[in-house]
Design a protein around this ligand. Sequence first.
Ligand code: WTA
Length: 630
Amino acid sequence: MNDKNLSGEVYYPGKEIIDNATINDWDALNKKANEDYLGFWEDKAKELHWFSKWEKVLDDSQKPFFKWFTGAKTNISYNCLDIHVKTYRRNKLALVWEGEKGESETMSYYRLHQETCRFANILKSMGVVKGDRVTIYMGRIPEIVIAMLACARIGAIHSVVYGGFSVESLHERIEDSQSKVLIVADGAYQRGKIVPLKDIADEALQRAGGIEHVIVVRRTGQPVNMEFGRDMWYHELKHLPIATNDCALEIMDSEDPLFILYTSGTTGKPKAILHTHGGYQVGVYTSLKYVFDIKEEDRYWCAADPGWITGHSYIVYGPLLNGATSFMYEGAPNFPYPNRYWQMIEKYGINILYTSPTAIRGLMRFGDAWVNRHNLSSLRLLGSVGEPINPEAWKWYYKTVGKEKCPIMDTWWQTETGMFMITPMPCVPLKPGSGTKPFPGLQFDILNEAGESVKSDEEGYLVIKNPWPSMIRTLWGDSEKYVQQYWSKYPGYYLTGDSARRDKDGYYWIIGRVDDVIKVSGYRLGTAEIESALVSHRSVAEAAAIGLPHEIKGNAIYCYVILKSGQTPSNELMEELRLHVGHEVGPIAKPEQIKFVDSLPKTRSGKIMRRVLKAQELGLDPGNLSTLEE
Ligand code: WTA
């Protein structure tokens, strides 16, 4: 794709970037992957360790329940840790961490392996066995990485709940996953304040049954309630004789579950996306290797949160599979000052920064001086994820942060895809706002309602036509919904839920979600979660939530509420409802605005027509209204 005949505004990588890139001929790689797709993935799989080899690379006999590397035995934690401990990487830093207050910690592969074994032994002593679910609810601290790896090691299925979620979201996820153990931090630092994670968890546990043990990691040190017989401090457990430095790992089948991660989909409650040990590790390992082209000496920083897929794949598993040094920062980008990120890039010599358009836009607004005060010459590559990046933010990132020498990897992917799907590589010419082309070998299309490919530059539904190793296997406990949500609109094709355009150079431009998902600051929320939180308030009869464009956050949540009779609208009530949503779902879900209304546009069958509300707010044509109830 090093083609100089591209149209529109194009940014070509410098010679030095191309000369140093592992992949410097994208077209050749793409051709190879297309000619022998399974052979391509098989070759990549061979770079990882397997206790025994696969019988088949892909088993598609039960579509859309695809299986990869069937018959093989593996464990992702072996490929993340044990394999490196046997080499020169034993003393290499696996994790470099900085807390919001500026304290820091580093962990070699040797130490991370040891800490993981100790944690795994603690879990084992609590009776956690292969297949059990463990919920993890923490901020961005090293223990979250250790806890995830410990689960993987013993074959337990981790379910990480983002620390920015609150009582009801946590309750729902604990209950749905039927977790036995909860791993929680006492609190998390967020802009100088403490988020009382343990208190939130206590409230969630009053609503949910099933949790036998709670492991509490001390981070903030404020007093917390410890329920006798249920709650135990990690720092105490860690020093018990059972927490030895060695823990035999569970030999996993390639298709055995690794984790579930809840995310919002078309309708209803969040569903658990299931990923497995074998295929997931191959997809995540390969995509990170090619796209961020991590060198042995690099310090790579993915500024996402481990509670979302970006953190799972590209803070934890991807970097460790590649034997890389992964940097993690606990706090917010602009706390205490807007130079926080730039300061750390300089301090740690970060080579690759992968963050979100929201963070970029948020930092851009403080001006260039905050950036220019720091030496960012270590940066080689930049990345963006989570939502479309507007060209203005792209150019600022490119010029002011990357000094016009760092290509931006705008990676489009999803919780369901596990890995980057539409993405450049360092050698690829870039167009600001486009993720360029599908990862080699992947077949995408853009379809109209009738299922026909749309013409160049026309908008349509983005679909994927062939399976890939790190793809979602099913929705945990709801295979029917898996088929219905992803594979039924266009049978045989995976429906992404996004709309997109493809230009005449074959570059993809993501427009946004076409379902009931709202991307707020890159965080994925469902209208149903927000609406049911509103309706759980004693004064609310009915509610509707929509996303409207927001300069920094990409989208902001707007709600419409019908009050129960006898309740009167007021600003106080509006504020109370906003706080209520924050308390139930999480601060990220707090509506920007709530309007009190007497009725909501509905179909004759009673479904709220959110697109009508949205069109009304934006002054657009609401489209076909034939199903609207009078
Ligand atoms: C959106 C996050 C434009 C998209 C990894 C997708 C993006 C949803 C991009 C998945 C990007 C993600 N450009 N849009 N580079 N990356 N999206 O599951 O709407 O939290 O469907 O995964 O984020 O969100 P999820």
